[in-house]
Design a protein around this ligand. Structure first.
Ligand SMILES: [Zn+2]
Length: 415
């Protein structure tokens, strides 16, 4: 350990000197210990009059002044550790005693607030093990810090104005899902990750929000009837918006099923991609293939056309236009040669007002979708690849919550 002169933490005048010492300290000496002294305030903070007098040390088990050490900053691959001897002060006027600590430190925590932020900063961007390696800590230590200081929860401003929520299920492994709850407005931020997607779990969470005084203006969900019913029960006046991404996913699923049936019947390979991909992004070759499908399998192409029409509707920003287009779409779907058209029409008809809600908000310049986590799918894939500890559901959920937080802001810390 590299021992350094005494510095006063308050005031900036010594900062240059501290930095210089750190830069000059030999690298092979490991962490840097900064011994700090703490100046007592001029007058007692309690009575605002009495002067503070030194009243001995805080003693450790060995009955001698016990040095406290906390990790404070991480510079050039080394921890800067603050070290001080807790000194007790007493105000003889009001008899109050104080044990002074450097600012940003807690009574028994091993990291200062800045130290915690550094650990969280790394844990948010890579695996817990990766962060632990870089920071020269054990993975267990990183996890404990994240666990202790990062808790999903409401912030003060959640109960001020109306909020727009999003509920989305994500696969933990196979058919085991968790539910991500986020806030889309006034700003975008994850609120919580629920352990499972059971109605009872989601209901309890939503009712908790309601009891806390959260006013929900709208909720974005995918086409899950049980969730829609639930939201209508707990927040009857909330508008429900269907997530366009899931509508397209559902469309592609239907299209793909129909493709497989055609393939089975004709014993010929029908490529999937030209059907699934957005029309404007097809390569010339894929467009050719699509043209062949159109000639050979007209009823499959009809479903393809329905998918493309639906995509256009979901992109619209004028409600009247969308209403008219949706009515036309429903007629086309009902008349489709493939029986899937009627089944599909029933679903879309049942979600008609939620689709129109999407367009209504888009028209107001507020487009709400579940794609609020930038590159969400990439994130999930990355999380699943990370080797450490994801047999453990709690770690996965914690990691996911951290990963969903915007990276330009360190999530709020509990102190
Ligand atoms: Zn006093």
């Amino acid at each position: 350990m590299h021992k350094i002169n005494t510095f006063t933490l308050e005031g900036q005048e010594n900062f240059g000197k501290i930095l210089q010492t750190i830069l000059e300290a030999p690298r092979d000496q490991g962490d840097i210990v900064l011994r700090v002294t703490i100046d007592p305030p001029a007058v007692c903070p309690a009575c605002n009059e009495g002067k503070l007098h030194r009243h001995g040390f805080l003693k450790g088990r060995e009955k001698k002044p016990k040095e406290r050490k906390v990790r404070h900053a991480f510079l050039y691959g080394r921890w800067v550790i603050l070290s001080w001897v807790p000194v007790r002060y007493k105000c003889y006027r009001c008899k109050k005693t104080y044990t002074l600590r450097p600012p940003g430190t807690n009574a028994w925590a091993r990291f200062t607030k800045l130290g915690v932020q550094i650990v969280v900063y790394y844990a948010q961007r890579m695996s817990f093990t990766g962060a632990a390696q870089i920071l020269n800590l054990t993975p267990g230590r990183v996890i404990r810090i994240v666990d202790k200081y990062i808790q999903p929860g409401l912030r003060g401003d959640d109960t001020q104005g109306p909020v727009v929520l999003t509920l989305d299920e994500l696969s933990f492994s196979g058919k085991d899902f968790v539910c991500v709850v986020g806030r889309l407005a006034p700003d975008k931020r994850p609120l919580s990750i629920l352990e499972d997607v059971r109605t009872a779990t989601i209901r309890a969470y939503l009712e908790g929000l309601k009891e806390a005084g959260v006013k929900v203006e709208a909720v974005v969900i995918d086409m899950k009837d049980s969730w829609r019913k639930l939201i209508k029960t707990v927040f009857p006046s909330a508008k429900i918006i269907v997530d366009p991404f899931h509508v397209i996913q559902d469309a592609n699923r239907r299209l793909n099923e129909a493709r497989k049936v055609e393939q089975e019947a004709s014993k010929e390979n029908i490529p999937r991609l030209p059907l699934i991909k957005a029309k404007e992004r097809l390569t010339p070759r894929q467009r050719e293939t699509l043209e062949k499908i159109r000639n050979k399998y007209p009823s499959l192409y009809e479903l393809y056309q329905l998918k493309e029409d639906l995509r256009q509707i979901l992109k619209m920003d004028r409600v009247e236009e969308a209403q008219a287009a949706l009515s036309r779409w429903l007629i086309n779907a009902e008349c489709a040669e493939d029986a899937e058209g009627r089944v599909w029409a029933r679903t879309i008809k049942s979600w008609r007002s939620e689709i129109l809600n999407l367009v209504t908000y888009t028209q107001q310049g507020r487009r709400y979708t579940n794609g609020y986590i930038e590159g969400k799918n990439t994130l999930i894939k990355m999380l699943k690849r990370l080797s450490f500890g994801f047999g453990n559901r709690t770690h996965f959920i914690k990691k996911m919550f951290l990963g969903c937080c915007p990276q330009n802001l360190i999530p709020q810390l509990l102190t």
